[in-house]
Design a protein around this ligand. Structure first.
Ligand code: PLP
Length: 434
């Protein structure tokens, strides 16, 4: 049992520096700032918004992302995230099953599938698997579930499942379009795409809800212009795929869903008019927290990182100019970016975690152009030429910025939620498992 699970609340009211380490600190003011920017952007644009709950996987952050009930759709990548989100169904922020549009009887005409695009619903964001289906079916009793598909074999799966459970309704599906990240999805010029669309159209086990792309490759963008260009590719990708299903004569509506945190950060640059019958939604997940990978895109400021890890300095090695902290791979994650190492000391950015073992992190001097940028942007100490024995001593606490919040957060059982002064004000318990 993780110690924090039984004791986290006892630290409320105390300075973060008194926490047992390693500990994950979440800055509530930064979370509020980051989530309100995107809520305002989508409001101004008048588009729908589907936050991905995979980064901080908890009720409190999901509530903030949804704007306390303003938005009613989420995307999840595990069943655990969907089960966790049912808390928001209970509180009325995500709705119960919407009787207007779900469950559809097998054979329901496609024109009825989107009769209410405002109902509360969750997209299971991985291409659907055989082992997830029975659990997803159970979850449809509480929340409208949309599936992601990118292969005709998944329709075989749904049809075979429906033949064994005749009461199961036709599943609304997003067809995944690959706009360059080569993870899931079909590219628009794949001969398999029209065949898949046709197959869904004629299947009683599924119906097309929309087309979805996720521009994971946008993490390589380094300027606003580059991210805006990827955003444009996303919109063009899903619109092109959706064209075969809508025209201005039918009342059918198809959702086209685009996003990733870097492209969400430039959503205001969205251009063009959607063809009739299409509804645009934005999805994004990492943006409430951000991390060094996001700062590396140059689309967010270092101070927009909501997650930090607190660790203890356990040993100092003047001979090799290094120190040892008690945060290693399973407190930080092996993710990297242009920022050196696996994590960076917040107030001395030229020191980073240069090597790790499971529970050991080695702090080393790793000055680079990127760390100089952090020094300039955060006003932190420039410690050029610093020696480890003057920078750290045994017993010191260090705060670390991490490379990829989604993965680091998954390894912590309690989040210590701090205010501007780093006083713990709340503790939040994330959803765990798959
Ligand atoms: C299918 C899907 N949608 C949305 C997201 C959210 O992306 P980001 O965290 O870049 O906002 C992810 C992240 O991996 C994803 O896999």
């Amino acid at each position: 049992m993780d110690y924090s699970l039984e004791n986290h609340a006892s630290y409320i009211g105390r300075p973060a520096s008194e926490l047992p380490t390693p500990a994950l600190l979440l800055s509530k003011p930064v979370l509020e700032h980051n989530t309100s920017i995107l809520l305002e952007d989508v409001k101004q644009l008048g588009i729908k918004f589907r936050p991905h709950v995979k980064t901080l996987k908890c009720t409190e952050v999901t509530r903030m992302m949804l704007g306390n009930g303003t938005h009613r759709r989420i995307v999840a990548s595990t069943l655990a995230e969907i089960r966790g989100s049912l808390e928001l169904v209970k509180s009325g922020e995500l709705d119960e099953v919407c009787t207007n549009c779900f469950p559809f009887k097998q054979g329901t005409p496609p024109s009825q599938f989107l009769s209410n695009t405002n109902c509360r619903q969750c997209l299971y964001g991985l291409p659907v698997s055989a082992s997830a289906l029975p659990f997803l079916e159970t979850l449809t009793k509480s929340l409208k579930i949309i599936l992601m598909i990118d292969s005709e074999q998944q329709i075989d799966l749904l049809e075979s499942y429906a033949s064994k459970s005749p009461s199961v309704a036709s599943w609304p599906v997003f067809i995944k379009i690959d706009v360059g990240s080569k993870r899931a999805g079909l590219v628009n010029n794949s001969p398999s795409l029209p065949k898949l669309i046709q197959r869904v159209e004629t299947s009683s086990a599924a119906n097309v809800y929309g087309f979805y792309c996720h521009a994971g490759h946008s993490y390589a963008c380094r300027t606003e212009d580059a991210a805006a260009a990827v955003l444009q590719t996303e919109v063009e990708g899903v619109v092109e795929a959706a064209r075969s299903l809508v025209d201005d004569k039918s009342d059918r509506r198809i959702v086209v869903s685009v996003g990733s945190t870097p492209t969400a950060h430039v959503i205001k640059r969205l251009q063009g008019v959607l063809p009739p019958g299409m509804e645009l939604e934005l999805h994004a997940g990492n943006y409430p927290s951000n991390d060094l990978q996001q700062v590396a895109t140059s689309l967010v400021e270092p101070t927009q990182q909501a997650v930090r890890i607190l660790a203890d300095v356990c040993s100092v090695y003047p001979d090799r100019n290094e120190a040892l902290i008690n945060a290693g791979t399973i407190a930080l994650a092996k993710e990297t970016s242009e920022f050196p190492g696996f994590a960076i000391v917040v107030d001395r950015p030229q020191w980073s975690v240069v090597r790790m073992a499971q529970e050991h992190g080695i702090l080393g001097w790793a000055k680079s152009e990127q760390t100089d940028r952090l020094v300039a942007k955060t006003g932190s100490k420039s410690t050029e030429g610093d020696q480890v024995e003057t920078a750290f001593k045994v017993g010191d606490k260090v705060m670390l910025y991490i490379q990829h919040a989604c993965i680091t957060a998954a390894m912590h059982y309690a989040y210590y939620v701090v205010d501007e002064q780093d006083i713990v004000r709340e503790t939040w318990v994330p959803w765990k498992g798959w």
